[in-house]
Design a protein around this ligand. Structure first.
Ligand code: URA
Length: 256
């Protein structure tokens, strides 16, 4: 792959495309030890040695990070009012990173951040049905009846019922019948769609309210629980392969 030197520099986060052009003109960049002819000079990442202000650059075509998204940050690249998930990724080479999908402002947990558009498409396209698992605290007593309702599909104001979802009760406050306190349940829920506020709306459909929500997995990729909210790390090669080999699955069944 060949690309223009100014694009290479911009991709590597050295500056914008026009800043990169200026650095080249001001002789702050060398290619294989020589001053380049101009910003349009073609370079081959991995073969040519590009040095900016004495530091050799290492070209990365794709970057993959997992962030434990904290509350009060938006799943966007830029935002006027809030910190974005991209703002947390301080050690990055690429300037074209974006979050794969969205979590609500008050939802925490696994956020995948990359510049690999085709992987993002594989994970997000509605027809792919990649499972996503959430941990939630719910006001109210989640019951086996709810488990059945989630498995059968719920009416949440969309054209169709939700697809079968796997609800697992981790803890459901049986209450003593005397206490005035609202019972609280803890659950895990696996869904294979990504409708707006889907988890919260599914619980509202059975008369319950989600008070805390955290995504813990996307397909085979699990949140690294050693990451505190706001912390991130690069995906390992194994994790990247797991995501790329993501098989189409529906909850409880595997498609051929
Ligand atoms: N479902 C929700 O209700 N909110 C999220 O952030 C993700 C899934």
């Amino acid at each position: 792959m060949q690309l223009r030197l100014d694009k290479y520099l911009a991709d590597m986060g050295v500056g914008t495309r026009s800043e990169a052009k200026q650095y080249i003109r001001r002789k702050q960049v060398t290619v294989n030890g020589f001053l380049p002819k101009g910003p349009e000079q073609k370079v081959v990442p991995g073969r040519d040695e590009i040095v900016f202000e004495g530091k050799q650059l290492c070209y990365l075509e794709y970057e993959y990070f997992m962030l434990n998204k904290p509350k009060n940050c938006v799943s966007a690249v830029t935002d006027q009012y809030h910190k974005t998930v991209i703002d947390f990724i301080t050690e990055k080479s690429r300037r074209d990173l974006f979050p794969v999908g969205r979590l609500d402002l008050d939802t925490e947990g696994l956020m995948l951040i990359t510049n690999d558009g085709s992987l993002a498409h594989e994970l997000l396209a509605p027809g792919k049905h990649v499972p996503k698992t959430y941990y939630a605290k719910v006001e109210g007593r989640v019951t086996d009846e709810d488990v059945r309702k989630f498995a059968n599909g719920l009416e949440i104001g969309e054209k169709k019922l939700t697809l079968p979802a796997e609800l697992r009760i981790l803890f459901s406050d049986a209450g003593d019948g005397l206490s005035l306190k609202e019972p609280i349940s803890e659950i895990e829920l696996t869904i294979t769609e990504g409708k707006f506020h889907q988890v919260k709306r599914m619980f509202e459909a059975v008369g319950k309210h989600v008070t805390y929500l955290k995504r813990i997995s996307i397909g085979e990729l699990n949140l690294d629980h050693s990451l505190h909210p706001g912390e991130y790390r690069r995906l390992t090669e194994t994790e990247i392969k797991l995501l790329k080999n993501q098989r189409k699955t529906v909850v409880g069944k595997e498609k051929p």
